[in-house]
Design a protein around this ligand. Structure first.
Ligand code: UD1
Ligand code: UDP
Length: 378
């Protein structure tokens, strides 16, 4: 199954956007322990230091072997730029396997190129489906899974989705959640943000992240959710690390934001873990934050109509409130006012900090086969 023309690089990891880094780190370290030759290709989809460099540093990752510097653009431009720039990388390095993460444009673009070059693909976080075709991520997930030879899934719903779509059963490997691996490793190092001026005491603030186009690119929706947050801020101060997409929209609309919503720049991973762990509640439209709050047992209210992570609602502490400001306010106030305030959450199976170890174990024999093939060809 491995690329028979491999040059000696066993695995090339392709990452580009913030959530990719936490998912790759444990896989990189588990494979490094086995002495497996790896390359990290950063597409440059995210490029601000606060959206990229800080994570390499805090996760203890080496600098990427190469950065393709694609930057921002429309869906088509960004995807096409990654495709154009990654093709020579894969042609010269000829990895035995390409490893891609999650559902961002960089994931899809690298997969399309590798697939046509005959480089087999492993997809970490395979099988998640929202059923919402208006999200670019749903298209990215579908195509990436269809072209991948190894489908590493985080939960059994993902296995079911893949089987329903006709994926080869032997390619589906439920390994657990790699993003949670990073959380488990680094939670002991979570640190209270130093640059946020509002007092932050355990359980005495709400935490917000919003960055989906459906939430923040539409002026009326953004205005509605900000008004809802202002109502919640009468109960508890709100800390809102603002994603650059959201910042750009706030500036473009010239909204004046209620002063009890503390807008801050995106924070590093260790600080964000601290903020999540100690929050009274979290409001989000992020995929990763739905998972991390479920692991941490913190009430999470997801401002979306659907989720590709239903396990966080069924087993965890996540509540989907739709893109409905009124319902958001009512659900959070009901939780704050009730004595048994927490949706009794439990951690999904295999969200235990060892998902990447399971991935490395699956790769090991495959890479040995690739090595022996390569030596026969040389
Ligand atoms: C991307 C992913 C999304 C993921 C999110 C994680 C796709 C289709 N979307 O969305 O699935 O949840 O990352 O955060 O791949 N910008 C900066 N600096 C940066 C990066 C972005 O200023 O370092 C601004 C630019 O104005 C850019 C905008 O943010 O146009 C959006 O960036 P982009 O990477 O296109 O999409 P995200 O919204 O970040
Ligand atoms: N995160 C962070 N700082 C922030 C906001 C989020 O470190 O200011 C982390 C969060 O802990 C999680 C990941 O970023 O590990 C989630 O990324 P994001 O919400 O950008 O993307 P999504 O998961 O929605 O694709």
């Amino acid at each position: 199954m491995a690329n028979p023309e491999s040059s000696g690089v066993a695995i090339t990891h392709v990452v580009g956007a913030r959530p990719n880094f936490m998912k790759m780190a444990p896989v990189y370290f588990a494979l490094a322990e086995l002495g497996i030759a790896q390359r990290i290709v950063h597409t440059g989809q995210h490029y601000d230091a606060r959206m990229s460099d800080v994570f390499f540093e805090e996760l203890g990752l080496p600098n990427p072997d190469t950065n393709l510097g694609v930057g921002s653009g429309s869906q088509a431009v960004q995807t096409a730029e990654v495709m154009l720039r990654i093709e020579p990388e894969l042609l010269t390095q000829r990895p035995a396997w390409l490893c891609v993460y999650g559902d961002v444009n960089s994931t899809l673009a690298a997969t399309l190129v590798a697939s046509k070059l005959g480089v087999p693909i492993a997809h970490v976080e395979a099988g998640l489906r929202s059923g919402d075709w208006s999200m670019p991520e749903e298209i990215n997930r579908l195509v990436t899974d269809r072209l991948s030879q190894l489908l590493f899934t985080p939960s059994s719903d993902a296995d079911q989705n893949l089987l329903r779509e006709g994926a080869e059963p032997s390619s589906i490997k439920m390994v657990g959640n790699c993003m949670i691996d990073s959380l488990v490793r680094l939670l002991p190092k979570a640190s209270k943000p130093r640059t946020i001026s509002t007092p932050l005491e355990q359980g005495a603030y709400g935490l917000v992240t919003l960055h989906r186009p459906a939430t923040v690119d539409d002026a009326a929706t953004l205005k509605g959710v900000l008004a809802a947050l202002a109502r919640l801020a009468r109960q508890l101060p709100i800390v809102f690390p603002v994603h650059p997409r959201t910042r750009a929209n706030l500036e473009a609309q010239g909204f004046s934001v209620d002063p009890s919503i503390h807008l801050v720049d995106p924070v590093g991973y260790l600080e964000f873990l601290w903020l999540q762990k100690n929050a009274r509640f979290v409001v989000t439209d992020s995929g990763g934050v739905q998972e991390e709050t479920t692991y941490l047992g913190v009430p999470c209210f997801t401002f979306r109509d659907n989720t590709e992570r239903p396990v966080t609602c069924e087993h965890g502490t996540n509540t989907l409130v739709g893109r409905n400001p009124e319902r958001l306010v009512n659900e959070v106030l009901a939780m704050l006012g009730s004595s048994s305030d927490r949706k009794s959450g439990r951690r999904p199976a295999l969200w235990d900090g060892a998902a990447a170890q399971r991935i490395a174990k699956i790769f090991e024999p495959l890479l040995r086969t690739a090595e022996s093939r390569a030596s026969r060809h040389s």
